[in-house]
Ligand binder design. Structure first.
Ligand code: PLP
Length: 395
């Protein structure tokens, strides 16, 4: 049924690679023990889990004890923020958290809850029209009691890369910890943690051709982290609960493949993305803009806003033509609210309801892109006519 459909929503999730599935399989069928058990089955499962941890450590150029497996990308973000802020409070090291307005909700809502329900001080930095924070403003915001800066490596809706190297340097100089949600950017950088000024890093396997429902949080050795999921003390006391061993094994295999194929993959994505960015603006020359940064953006992300077009209708009509795309964040699908991220970039209501995100992946080809460019103009034109009719009726 989906064989002739074109999937352009890799920012929401990716297919699991065949190699990943193969790597996971024995951990359901043969090595199914609890990795905490001392018997043979337990030791075999634990071996798989620790090999998975080693693989992440190797490809992040860091130590295995700095890798924590979690239940998803959102949980990694939650653990980073809650864990660091709670630990700081427990040892009287500060109460202030800094984040940014275009963060994924896993960060933004966690930060807001820390403020509203737990009395932490929170600064939410604005962004410029490309979606970047100002480093000057960040510097001015840092206080004596600032504990943590959480700014994403790349935005999931508009693809903008934040200046994380510079943010990390500022954090270092000021003695503040730096967490980055790198869930969209797993393949964007080499993530050599010996050189990156990053203390905590969130990843999610289903964004790089691994299974859904497993995340990783890298936690630098000297970082105090209070566990938020308490119990049996797994993951070195940082995240209780039996780790999903097959998923950890699959996540590691997916990460290994992503790192090894990085250069070739990124070149492939970039070619398709550039054609989409140029092509969409050519076939819809009026009232269509590229959103996010024109150059410093994710290699797989082409995102746009169309004036006076409903993003949800646009998605529905694309879907009827066999194209699966997104209006931005998958969490917002079906939500009639205009995009908060697009509003943060300064787009007014005529634009912010008409977001379209096309995120390319391994299987996409030039033909897929050309097909999108072929069907898009008519869809946009029809929706605009409809919009005009509705406006006339309303007035
Ligand atoms: C997908 C995503 C998340 C959430 O990850 P889940 O595994 O779906 O919980 C968080 N941040 C960003 C930037 C994402 O793209």
């Amino acid at each position: 049924m989906t064989s002739n459909h074109i999937y352009l929503d890799h920012g929401a999730s990716t297919p699991v690679r065949a190699e990943v599935l193969d790597a996971m399989k024995p951990y359901w069928l043969e090595f199914y023990g609890n990795p905490s058990s001392v018997h043979t089955f337990g030791r075999e499962a634990n071996r798989g889990l620790e090999l998975a941890r080693d693989t992440f450590a190797e490809h992040l150029n860091t130590n295995p004890d700095e890798i924590v497996f979690t239940g998803c990308g959102s949980e990694s973000d939650n653990l980073a923020i809650r864990g660091v802020m709670q630990a700081a409070r427990s040892s009287n090291k500060g109460n202030h958290l800094i984040t940014c307005i275009t963060e994924h909700k896993a960060v933004l809502e966690t930060a807001r809850q820390m403020r509203d329900s737990f009395g932490f001080d929170l600064t939410i930095l604005p962004v410029d029209k490309f979606g970047r924070i100002s480093l000057e403003e960040l510097k001015k915001t840092i206080r004596n009691d600032t504990v943590l800066i959480s700014v994403m490596a790349a935005n999931n809706e508009v693809g903008t890369l934040q200046p994380i190297f510079e943010i990390g340097e500022i954090a270092r100089r000021e003695g503040v910890l730096f967490h980055t949600d790198a869930i969209q950017a797993a393949a964007t950088y080499e993530w050599n943690m010996q050189e990156m000024p990053v203390d905590l890093l969130s990843l999610a396997a289903h964004k790089f051709y691994g299974p859904k429902g497993i995340g990783v949080l890298y936690v630098r050795r000297n970082v105090d982290l209070e566990s938020t999921l308490t119990g049996g003390g797994q993951e070195d006391g940082r995240r209780s609960g039996t780790v999903n061993v097959p998923f950890a094994v699959g996540a590691a295999e997916a990460f290994r493949l992503a790192v090894n194929g990085r250069k070739i993959d990124l070149e492939h994505y970039r070619g398709l993305r550039n054609r989409l960015i140029k092509g969409v603006q050519e076939v819809v020359p009026e009232d269509c803009m590229l959103t996010g940064h024109p150059d410093d953006r994710l290699d797989h992300n082409a995102s746009f806003a169309f004036r006076n077009v409903s993003g949800n209708d646009l998605l529905m009509h694309l879907d009827m033509k066999g194209i699966s795309a997104s209006s931005g964040s998958a969490c917002l699908t079906g939500d009639p609210q205009p995009s908060q991220v697009l509003r943060s970039l300064g787009l007014d209501h005529e634009w912010s309801g008409g977001g379209l995100r096309l995120t390319v992946g391994h299987q996409n080809s030039d033909e897929d892109v050309e097909y999108v460019l072929e069907v898009l103009p008519e869809i946009v034109e029809n929706l605009r006519e409809l919009n005009q009719l509705q406006m006339r009726h309303a007035s």
